[in-house]
Design a binder for this molecule. Structure first.
Ligand code: CP
Length: 328
């Protein structure tokens, strides 16, 4: 694996291998000394053109726990505001010694451009691009699902998600999390059902390997193993609801995970959300804070999964050859 740009690029074996490595990484994190020497001397650049809490901080934690140096770049306050291009920004960071670039960008395809343009020559990890893909989010979701499939204290290494039923609910139109999860979870053998108002279903969704429904209560009545609530992305809509739904209250009534719907889920089913949550809109506080909610666990799992991704991309790669360029 040279880059991680999309979960559509992962076959079953490579996805399971990443999840297995994440389990090994998680095991190291319960030790007294959590830091591993694996990436000592390497530099990971976090290049964030869009806001983030979980992804940026967990990539930083993951890189540091592997002993890499980390450069955090946020577009706000940088020369991007003076008009500097993605190409010039990336080349500047590589000149400073980046061995891998983790990029979040509002433009779908920006990580692909960075990886394949020849501008830079290091592994690129997509940390979320526009409405396209968020592969490490899907990996941490698959990891969370896999752990909940295993017996308590059991070992889930080598397992896929064969036969699992996952209902993904809400703003599918704007969701890179939904796209990444549909690709990855189906590759791992799960059945994915998308539930959304017709206005928040993307054109071409019939080509996705997922069933589409409009009635959340009917989908819950079928007894899924997990419901994954999607954030309503108001920043990608022109106004609060952007005309996509009549009102926040109406959206919550039709598509929110209310206490009543929570109670209708099978006892073993888990409640997932990638965060950040709009409490009272796509998810009630009762559901978000319930014992079956994995929201906080998903964040913790994100560190192990991102350690695994950096390990797969960098640990086997040769250290870059020192050049005289840029030396004093
Ligand atoms: N789930 C997720 O990507 O969260 P952040 O936007 O906080 O990184």
């Amino acid at each position: 694996m040279r880059h991680l740009l999309s979960t559509a690029d992962l076959d079953r074996d490579s996805a399971v291998a990443l999840l297995d490595t994440a389990e090994e990484m998680a095991r190291t994190q319960s030790r007294e000394i959590r830091k591993l020497p694996t990436l000592r001397g390497r530099t990971v650049v976090n290049l964030f053109f869009e806001d983030s809490t979980r992804t940026r901080i967990s990539f930083e934690a993951a890189a540091k726990r592997l002993s890499a140096d980390v450069i955090n770049f946020a577009a706000k306050g940088s020369s991007v505001s003076k008009g500097e291009s993605l190409k010039d920004t990336a080349q500047t960071l590589q000149a400073m010694g980046a061995d891998a670039v983790v990029i979040r960008h509002s433009a779908s395809g920006a990580p692909h451009r960075l990886a394949h343009s020849g501008w830079i020559d290091v592994p690129v990890v997509n940390a979320g691009d526009g409405t396209h893909q968020h592969p490490t989010q899907a990996l941490l979701d698959a990891y969370t699902l896999r752990r909940h499939l295993s017996a308590p204290g059991g070992d889930s290494r080598g397992r896929d998600l064969e036969g699992l039923s996952v209902v993904v609910v809400g703003d599918v139109l704007h969701s890179r999390v939904a796209r990444s999860n549909v690709d990855l979870l189906t590759t791992l053998g799960a059945r994915v059902t998308l539930v959304a108002p017709p206005t928040l279903v993307p054109v071409g969704v019939h080509t996705w390997p997922a069933q589409v429904r409009y009635d959340l209560d009917a989908a819950i009545a079928e007894g899924p193993d997990a419901v994954m609530m999607l954030r309503v992305q108001r920043e990608r809509m022109s106004s609060a609801g952007g005309g996509y739904f009549p009102s926040p209250l109406e959206y919550h009534r039709q598509y929110g995970l209310t206490g009543t719907r929570l109670a209708a889920l099978p006892d073993h089913a888990i409640v997932m959300h990638p965060g950040p949550m709009n409490r009272g809109l796509e998810i009630s506080a009762e559901a978000a804070d319930s014992p079956r909610s994995t929201v906080v666990e998903q964040v913790a799992n994100g560190v192990s999964v991102r350690m695994a991704v950096l390990y797969h991309l960098l640990a086997g790669a040769p250290a870059p050859t020192p050049t005289t360029q840029g030396t004093p």
